[in-house]
Design a protein around this ligand. Structure first.
Ligand code: RIB
Ligand code: CA
Length: 321
């Protein structure tokens, strides 16, 4: 059976690229998109995903509203740095046409639970924002930890510095407690962190190929992505292109053949006893280091293989318009 994937997005620029990759790839069927807070507020994430799906002519894929803030807070404000990297509206300040559809009535949490029971081994859950929705689903129905056989998440940094603090990556830093619960849930996990995403860079040479297709969809995606490439340059994050964090995570979930992994029981630091600059760090769990693990961390990859796959998949999609 074709694998069913669920994306859990905080729909910023690289989430938008992950969405296009997921609707285009023949390797899986995208059955739903969850909205999370992070690069934008949860409502805006859903609005962006709905607009992008309409742009891509995929109005049959449902979008579900997720949690609005972390499991340990009661509100959320978008970080200034996220607004600079993704634009105030999350999609590079490009004006997308508002979708005719609304998010589904069912919550993201209930959709995860339903899909886990329905699709079991055939389901892959791909969070590319905070892990608050998955953690809430596990709390509501712990039996899903035995049903879900693959969660491939974008987040964390094991062998490289973080992008929020010296140790902490943005998605994990939004809700370290939720991420730590997921790490200890027993669900088989694949971590796609900054270790590999910062090696997979897209430049304006690539977005120019989309511009040359001369259609609205390709140009809109080029505009959104060029904003992100410029932000990387101006903020001195990387002068050589933008990181394909979220689309790479989907690609690795569906084809891990060109990735080197290390098997490791993970934890996320979040206790008061931890150093504040250390909170939200993904690191080996000392208490469980010698125990068997079903968690693996991507630590190196053939970046050209994934860049070519990404460009082939998106360019084939954009040519259809
Ligand atoms: O640290 C990178 C991650 O944070 C990406 O998923 C990006 O979209 C933001 O959510
Ligand atoms: Ca994201």
């Amino acid at each position: 059976m074709t694998k069913k994937i669920i994306l859990d997005l905080d729909t910023g620029v690289d989430d938008a690229l992950a969405l296009a990759y997921s609707v285009a790839t023949p390797k899986a069927e995208l059955i739903g998109v969850l909205a999370s807070y992070g690069n934008v507020l949860t409502e805006k994430s859903a609005e962006n995903s709905l607009s992008l799906l309409e742009l891509l002519n995929q109005t049959n894929i449902p979008v579900f509203l997720g949690e609005k803030h972390s499991s340990t807070t009661d509100n959320f404000e978008v970080m200034e740095i996220s607004q600079k990297i993704h634009g105030k509206n999350g999609v590079g300040n490009v004006n997308l046409t508002q979708a005719k559809r609304q998010p589904e009535k069912m919550s993201a949490v209930d959709f995860i639970i339903d899909a886990a029971h329905k699709y079991k081994d055939d389901l892959i859950l791909i969070p590319t924002g905070p892990q608050t929705n998955l953690d809430a689903a596990i709390k509501k129905d712990p039996s899903i930890t035995k049903l879900i056989k693959k969660v491939c998440f974008m987040g964390g940094a094991l062998t490289v510095p973080g992008n929020v603090t010296a140790f902490t990556e943005a998605n994990i830093s939004q809700d370290p407690v939720a991420a730590d619960n997921v790490c200890h849930s027993g669900i088989p996990l694949t971590m796609v962190g900054l270790d590999v995403t910062l090696r997979t860079l897209l430049t304006k040479n690539e977005t120019k190929k989309w511009r040359n297709l001369n259609n609205n969809v390709a140009t809109t995606y080029a505009d959104i992505t060029d904003y992100y490439i410029d932000a990387y340059y101006e903020l001195n994050i990387n002068k050589n292109g933008c990181a394909l964090h979220d689309p790479l995570t989907v690609a690795i979930a569906l084809d891990p053949s060109h990735v080197q992994f290390t098997a490791l029981n993970l934890k996320v630091t979040h206790d008061d006893k931890d150093n504040p600059s250390d909170i939200g760090r993904t690191i080996g769990d000392l208490d469980n280091l010698t125990k068997p693990t079903n968690t693996r961390v991507a630590i190196n990859l053939d970046a050209n293989y994934y860049l070519n796959d990404f460009m082939d998949t998106l360019t084939t999609l954009f040519k259809k318009f």
